[in-house]
Design a protein around this ligand. Structure first.
Ligand code: HEM
Length: 461
């Protein structure tokens, strides 16, 4: 071969060997550009030039920053992902009597358990799911999100219906939740048949054996099933599984922190610090949006006009990419980060689970740590499309060279899987953005009710 031939061959080999390092990043950048192009003109970014970080909470918490769906092209995409029933999903309901009715019901359902009952329920469900792992294997290779989803399916079924979750219903719930979160992350398309099976089950259940807390009276029977499906068997299950996947992966990749917890010498405050630090580094929301219903006045700046789409960027506000992973900083009021809003802002539709989410994560994490040591070598990103590959090693016996080999294989598999997945996400994401825009679920809903108007913005979460 000629020298030029060798050179070209060498370049081709380097390009292919380096695929895991450059392709996923390039594809993500391309995806953002395609989303922005298909989504249309931009909204107001916070923090950003228009809304600096110092004003972030004030603007987010302003009473006029209260629109949720109507008037943003972005809403068509979220309604598409959260179907069926996005029009009664608490996160996307416009403020008003219907929202109040739904939010009150959610609060009542969640308030039905004392802290002791939450602790007992989450501990019991976690143990049951962990018992299903092969008892003879010393090392389990799992995806943390998949491991945790059945736990939260069981927990939230019991929270709603106050009865243990039958196995086939647990499968319906996890199929629904997994389908929604996979579509949101563009790693899969929507499968409406999977979601419809859960709706059919819930409708039947509500007709014959409704839950003890009365469901919103402003909703029809079908909408009541959608409400439970959206808030509890999608949002609750997905958010808790994602949060736990981040927490356990953070422990798996920060062994000194995990070892301190496993030693039994740390109190619950330290684990809470690890949870807070995890939510600071890997907030579950990328961007939460609001549509302004009136002008928002500001000191020394032009007011934000009514009808603006505000894009509140969590990772940017919390400085998620920066500091090293340091749970100890949460133990002291002087070192605790002030820019931290893992559950939203209190003044503007915060998360209804904020009072006990950390407690329930702690209980589930303690159950896992009691049985297993966690080890992983994969990339830990905020959107975690890999679902958190991890090794669970039984807390008996010694570490060996075999484990180091398995971790090396895990790392290699993760980086090559990332190459393929980023291409899949590009194609499926572009298709869903186009399809959501074509279907215009939110646009058409408001147009049918009163001739609503729309403004275009790019996709965010
Ligand atoms: C660690 C777990 C969780 C985190 C980090 C989290 C985070 C958040 C955040 C940041 C928001 C506000 C978004 C915005 O301003 O638009 C929110 C809203 C919400 N969350 Fe959670 N969440 C978690 C678990 C849950 C659970 C278990 C439920 C179960 C019921 C839940 C239900 C909701 C609902 C219904 C809303 C919308 C509130 C409204 O608009 O009235 N979340 N969550």
């Amino acid at each position: 071969m000629s020298p030029t031939g060798w050179l070209l061959l060498g370049l081709a080999v380097a390009l292919v060997a380096g695929l895991p390092y450059w392709l996923p990043r390039t594809v993500i950048a391309l995806r953002v550009r395609i989303f922005a192009r298909v989504g249309g003109e931009e909204g107001v970014r916070a923090p950003g030039r228009e809304v600096p970080a110092e004003e972030f909470k004030k603007v987010y918490g302003h009473p006029a920053a209260n629109g949720r769906s109507r008037g943003a092209a972005l809403s068509d995409l979220f309604w598409y992902w959260l179907s069926p029933g996005p029009e009664v999903h608490q996160e996307h309901l416009e403020p008003g009597p219907r929202y109040d009715d739904v939010a009150r019901t959610t609060r009542q359902i969640l308030a039905g358990l004392s802290r002791e009952q939450w602790t007992e329920l989450v501990g019991r469900c976690t143990r049951r799911v962990l018992d299903e792992l092969d008892g003879h294997a010393r090392v389990h290779r799992v995806r943390l999100r998949d491991l945790m989803m059945p736990v939260w399916a069981e927990v939230y079924y019991e929270v709603v219906f106050r009865a243990p979750c039958p196995r086939h219903v647990r499968d319906l719930i996890t199929a629904n939740a997994d389908d929604v979160v996979s579509a949101l992350k563009c790693t899969g398309l929507r499968h409406m048949d999977r979601r419809a099976r859960l709706t059919a089950h819930l409708r039947d259940r509500l007709a014959h054996d409704p839950p003890p807390v009365p469901l919103p009276s402003t909703l029809t029977a079908r909408e009541q099933a959608y409400y439970l499906q959206g808030t509890f068997f999608n949002t609750a299950v997905v958010q808790m599984s994602e949060a736990m996947a981040h927490l356990l992966l953070a422990l798996a990749t920060h062994r000194p922190v995990q070892d301190r917890l496993a030693s039994g010498e740390e109190g619950p405050d330290f684990l809470d610090g690890v949870i807070n630090e995890t939510l600071q580094h890997f907030p579950l929301f990328g961007v939460a949006h609001r549509i302004t219903s009136g002008e928002i006045p500001r000191d020394g700046r032009d007011p934000i006009p009514a009808g603006s789409v505000l894009l509140f960027n969590y990772p940017e506000y919390q400085g998620s990419g920066g500091d090293p992973f340091d749970p100890d900083r949460w133990l002291n009021a002087d070192t605790r980060p002030s820019a931290s809003i893992p559950f939203g802002v209190t003044a503007n539709r915060p998360c209804p689970a904020r009072g006990f989410a950390v407690l329930t994560m702690r209980v589930a994490a303690e159950e896992v740590l009691r049985r297993f040591r966690l080890d992983s070598s994969v990339e830990h990103t905020r959107s975690l499309p890999s679902r958190g590959p991890c090794l669970l090693v039984a807390r008996t016996g010694a570490e060996g060279a075999r484990l180091r080999t398995r971790l090396a294989v895990l790392r290699l598999a993760d980086s090559w899987e990332g190459v393929w997945r980023s291409l899949v996400q590009l194609v499926l994401g572009s298709y869903m953005v186009w399809d959501a825009r074509r279907q215009g679920l939110c646009r058409n809903y408001f147009a049918a009710s009163s001739g609503g108007s729309t403004t275009s913005v790019p996709a965010g979460r």
